[in-house]
Design a protein around this ligand. Structure first.
Ligand code: HEM
Length: 422
């Protein structure tokens, strides 16, 4: 090939790459900034969007989303290796295998239904203390002061991370950092930034080292007849003959922390944001808060998350061809964005999806995922989130002072709210 031909070929390549990068930016803009409108168009004209160049498929209709998330052996979690390097063998990194079902069953056994009162009281106490600290100021920066702190403090007590050997404030800071650095890599590092991954590996190792040191101390207390009812103590009191060993306890405890903190924080921020955008709904939710009806308030919370879930999509890798409704197929080798936010607005399945309603059937909510990897902490979140939201709604004249600020688009870092000092 002559020099001239080579120059022409590389010129065409550069143009192609530029076009691909522009298309990618447009796609991300529509997905993240015009989410509901973009999904509405896709659902009606192109329910399964194929982006050939990036080998990406977007699934948008409710029935397809359910079918896709019901096939974990074909549509696999993309971040399995990352999770393994950071947290070790953990259920989210394991698709459709014995260990996933085993670990999930064990963790659901130790996060018991009859813990509801304990969890509520614990969360209630933490929320009240934090809110009392800022009552006179008439403002609160929701994320650092409240929405991240309450789940960390709940996890320290209820999961059993706390120990007298570690100063509480230092532990709180470490737990927060472990949770954030790992979550960021596992769920939001789509471009595989090596620095984000490195921080996650460091955080995961530190977190596991902390637990490996904590476990023998807790075991001593149990052997001395200690009756503590935190999740870790319960795990240590159980006898397993199914391969669930100490390292499994370490990874699952780590996974519970990671699953809890940024998710619950982001959920509370999105719920308050969505309620504030709808003054009449906000007033109705406030009446429910005043009445102290947390079960009804939970419905407001989940309906708000239907409009703004943690992420508009769940990401998977297609390991073998799968067939969806009406002959739609996803081919092996594609990266798949399963648009749960789109499914929750599909008028083929939901009645008047644009309306904010608290009487929708439970199966129309997919903000906790669906299928094998559906959130294992759903029960804890159902108890914790409405209490956190209630304390905020009870503040007089609550209002947003600035839009939600996110660091690199991953998690809310600040959401400044004002209210009348009380
Ligand atoms: C409002 C708060 C929460 C939201 C919105 C939420 C959301 C989710 C979602 C969407 C998934 C599925 C991810 C996927 O399919 O790729 C998930 C999985 C998971 N969540 Fe949550 N979560 C919340 C709170 C919690 C809490 C409190 C815990 C721990 C007690 C937890 C632990 C987990 C775990 C361990 C998984 C993985 C389950 C598996 O792979 O089988 N989450 N969560």
């Amino acid at each position: 090939m002559s020099v001239e031909q080579t120059n022409i070929t590389s010129g065409i390549e550069v143009k192609k790459q530029n076009r691909a990068s522009i298309l990618n930016k447009v796609f991300m803009f529509l997905l993240l900034k015009k989410t509901n409108a973009f999904f509405a168009v896709l659902r009606s004209v192109c329910p399964l969007l194929y982006l050939k160049r990036s080998n990406l498929v977007v699934v948008t209709r409710y029935e397809d989303v359910l079918q896709a998330l019901s096939q974990p052996s074909s549509l696999r979690v993309v971040t399995a290796e990352k999770i393994e390097r950071s947290v070790g063998a953990f259920m989210l990194g394991r698709d459709d295998c014995v260990e996933n079902h085993r670990d999930k069953a064990i963790m659901q056994q130790v996060m018991r239904c009859d813990d509801a009162v304990t969890i509520r009281l614990l969360v209630e106490d933490r929320c009240r203390k934090i809110i009392d600290e800022c009552r006179q100021r008439g403002e609160i920066d929701l994320v650092p002061s409240y929405s991240r702190r309450v789940p960390v403090l709940m996890a320290a007590s209820y999961f059993g991370f706390a120990t007298t050997r570690y100063p509480p404030a230092e532990l709180e800071r470490s737990m927060f950092r472990w949770a954030r650095d790992t979550q960021r890599d596992i769920f939001f590092n789509h471009r595989n930034d090596p620095e984000i991954h490195r921080r996650s590996v460091v955080a995961g190792r530190e977190l596991r080292a902390y637990l490996r040191e904590l476990i023998p101390q807790r075991q001593l207390l149990i052997d001395a007849g200690g009756q503590a009812e935190d999740v870790l103590s319960r795990l240590l009191r159980m006898k397993f003959d199914n391969g669930f060993n100490r390292e499994c306890i370490v990874s699952n405890m780590a996974g519970m922390l990671i699953g809890t903190v940024e998710t619950s924080s982001k959920a509370v921020v999105h719920i308050i944001n969505q309620l504030l955008l709808r003054p009449k709904t906000f007033a109705a939710a406030k009446r429910v808060a005043v009445a102290g009806d947390d079960s009804l308030l939970l419905k407001y919370c989940w309906e708000a998350l239907r409009f703004q879930p943690l992420s508009p999509v769940v990401t998977r890798f297609c390991a073998s061809d799968i067939h969806l409704a009406q002959g739609r197929t996803i081919n092996r080798g594609s990266k798949v964005l399963i648009a749960v936010q789109s499914a929750m607005h599909d008028g083929r399945a939901l009645d008047r999806p644009r309306d904010f309603r608290v009487d929708r059937p439970a199966e129309h909510y997919l903000h906790m995922g669906y299928g094998q990897h559906r959130c294992v902490g759903e029960r804890v979140a159902d108890l914790m989130v409405p209490v956190m939201v209630r304390h905020l709604l009870l503040l007089p004249d609550l209002r947003a002072m600035a839009p939600i600020e996110t660091e690199g688009g991953f998690f809310p870092d600040h959401f400044k709210l004002g209210f009348t000092p009380c």
